[in-house]
Design a protein around this ligand. Structure first.
Ligand code: HAM
Length: 431
C-alpha cells in the first residue's frame, strides 16, 4: 500500500502559530482601541463576493482583476471570487444596507484574510491579512487629514518611529483622462524602449507606467509631464489643504509624483507608508480617496477615503521593534497558565476543581490529568508548557486541606491553605 501523503499548506498560504498569532491579536487590539477613538466601528464582510463587484470596483485593467483573483463558479454557475481587497465589499455593504440614510460620514474598520494569486515572496502571500478603514460620505480634505493622523497614531503606538509617508494626488476622473492622454503621447515615440507590461499599459492604463521599477523606463519618465501639473482647480485646492494641514498636525510626508496605486478606483489623495529603517522595501499600507467608486457600483455619487494595512508585513516589522517585542513577551508571559497536578487517580476531580477555581479568579490554568504517569514526567510537561507555577494536590494535601505551590522559575515550594488558594496564587503572580 502506498504511504499516506502528509498535507501541507497551499503555496503562498501560512499557518499563524502561537507567537505569531499572539502578535496578530496584539495589533488587532491596538487597531480597535485607536480607531474607535476616532469614531470608527468594526464591520466584517464575507470572504466571498460576486466576481463582478471587483471587476467593476477595482477595475478590469488592474493587475488584481486581470491576474490575481481566486475566481470560481459555484454549483449554480455563479462566478464568485475570494476577496482580494476590502474597499469594494465595504462600498457594497454601504449600498446594500442603505447606510446613506444614516448619519454621515460612515466610518468603519475591518480586519481579516484576503486572497491574491501573486508570486509568493518575503512579505507577499496568496492569503494575507489586512487591517483597513473606510470613511464614506465626506468629500472634504479634513477627512483625508484626520484619517492619516489616526493611521500614524496607530503605527506610533505600535512603536514605529521610522515611517516614510508618500503622498500624491491622482486628481479627478477628467484630469486623469487628460493626463493619461498626454502621457500616452509622450511615451508613444519610445514604445520600443518599454517592457511588455508597460506597452500593454500604454493602451489600458498609462498611469500605471509611472510606478515602473525598470531603470530605462524610469529614466524616460524623468522628462514626462507631471500629473500634479494637470490637476483641475478643485483637485489642486483639495490637495493643497491636505498638505498644509498634515504639516500643521505634525505629519511628515513626501510628495511622490510617481505614486499612482494599483487599483483603479482612486481619485485625488493617494498615499503609501513604508518603514525603511527596519529593512522593509514593501509598502506596509496603501490607501486614498475613491470618490467615484460608489457611483461605479450603481449607487449615488458618494465620496470615500480609506486605507488597508498589510497585517502580515506589519507584524513582521513589529516583531523587529525591541520595545514592542518586549511588551508582547511580557503579555504572553502574564498569560502563561498555572499547571495543576493531581497526585493519584482519585484526585483528578480535585485537580479539575482547583483549575476551575483558578480560572474563576481570572488565572489561566491547565490540569495534568494523566495520573498514571510518574510525577516527574508530569512536572516535565508543565515545564514544557513554560508554566511558572505548579499546584500539587494528593492524599496528604486532602488531609491537611492545603495545596503545594511550586515556583518553577525560582525552584522554590510552599504549602498554602486549600481555602482561598486561588487568591494567594493571584497575589504571587502579580507580585
Ligand atoms: P493595496 O495597496 O492593494 O490596497 O493593499 C494594501 C496593503 O495590503 C499593501 O500595502 C500591502 O501591505 C498589503 N498586501 C497587498 N497584497 C499583499 C500580498 N499579496 N501579501 C501580503 N500583503 C499584501 C488595497 O487593498 C486597498 N483596498 C486599500 C484601500 C482601502 N484604499 C482605500 N481604502
Amino acid at each position: 500500500m502506498a504511504a499516506k501523503r502528509r498535507f501541507r499548506t497551499v503555496k503562498g498560504m501560512h499557518d499563524l502559530l502561537f507567537g505569531k498569532a499572539g502578535a496578530f491579536a496584539f495589533v488587532e487590539e491596538k487597531a480597535r482601541e485607536v480607531f474607535s477613538l476616532y469614531g470608527y466601528d468594526e464591520v466584517r464582510t464575507p470572504v466571498v463576493e460576486e466576481t463582478e463587484l471587483f471587476v467593476r470596483g477595482v477595475g478590469e485593467a488592474s493587475e488584481i482583476v486581470g491576474k490575481q483573483m481566486y475566481t470560481f463558479d459555484d454549483k449554480k454557475g455563479r462566478s464568485l471570487t475570494l476577496r482580494p481587497e476590502g474597499t469594494a465589499p465595504v462600498a457594497r455593504a454601504y449600498l446594500q444596507n442603505n447606510w446613506a440614510s444614516g448619519p454621515q460620514p460612515v466610518k468603519v474598520f475591518y480586519m481579516g484574510p484576503y486572497f491574491r494569486y501573486e508570486r509568493p515572496q518575503e512579505g507577499r502571500y496568496r492569503q494575507f491579512h489586512q487591517i483597513g478603514a473606510e470613511l464614506i460620505g465626506d468629500p472634504g480634505p479634513y477627512s483625508d487629514v484626520e484619517l492619516l493622523v489616526m493611521l500614524l497614531r496607530f503605527l506610533g503606538e505600535l512603536g514605529f518611529e521610522d515611517l516614510e509617508v508618500g503622498l500624491n494626488s491622482v486628481g479627478d476622473a477628467e484630469c486623469r483622462q487628460r493626463y493619461s492622454q498626454y502621457l500616452r503621447e509622450f511615451l508613444e515615440p519610445y514604445r520600443d524602449d518599454l517592457g511588455a507590461d508597460s506597452r500593454r499599459r500604454l493602451e489600458t492604463n498609462p498611469l500605471r507606467i509611472l510606478d515602473t521599477k525598470a531603470p530605462r523606463e524610469r529614466e524616460l519618465l524623468e522628462g514626462a509631464p507631471r500629473l500634479r501639473d494637470e490637476l483641475g482647480g478643485p483637485a489642486r485646492d483639495h490637495f493643497q489643504v491636505v498638505c498644509d494641514e498634515l504639516g500643521r498636525f505634525g505629519v511628515d510626508f513626501e510628495i511622490d509624483d510617481r505614486l499612482v496605486r494599483g487599483l483603479d478606483y482612486y481619485t485625488r489623495t493617494v498615499f503609501e507608508i513604508t518603514s525603511t529603517a527596519l529593512g522593509a522595501q514593501n509598502a506596509i499600507l496603501g490607501g486614498g480617496r475613491y470618490d467615484g467608486l460608489i457611483a461605479d457600483l450603481g449607487g449615488p455619487s458618494v465620496p470615500g477615503i480609506g486605507f488597508a494595512i498589510g497585517q502580515d508585513r506589519l507584524v513582521d516589522l513589529v516583531l523587529k521593534i525591541p520595545g514592542a517585542r518586549k511588551r508582547l513577551n511580557a503579555e504572553a508571559h502574564r498569560r502563561r497558565p498555572v499547571c495543576v497536578i493531581p497526585i493519584g487517580g482519585s484526585y483528578r476531580r480535585h485537580g479539575m476543581e482547583l483549575a476551575q477555581e483558578l480560572r474563576a479568579a481570572g488565572i489561566p490554568a491547565i490540569c495534568e490529568f494523566d495520573s498514571l504517569r510518574p510525577l516527574k514526567a508530569r512536572l516535565k510537561q508543565a515545564a514544557r508548557h513554560d508554566c511558572q507555577w505548579v499546584v500539587l494536590f494528593g492524599e496528604e494535601e486532602e488531609k491537611s486541606q492545603e495545596v503545594v505551590l511550586r515556583n518553577f522559575y525560582e525552584g522554590s515550594q510552599e504549602t498554602i491553605p486549600r481555602d482561598g488558594f486561588a487568591a494567594a496564587v493571584a497575589a504571587r503572580i502579580s507580585a
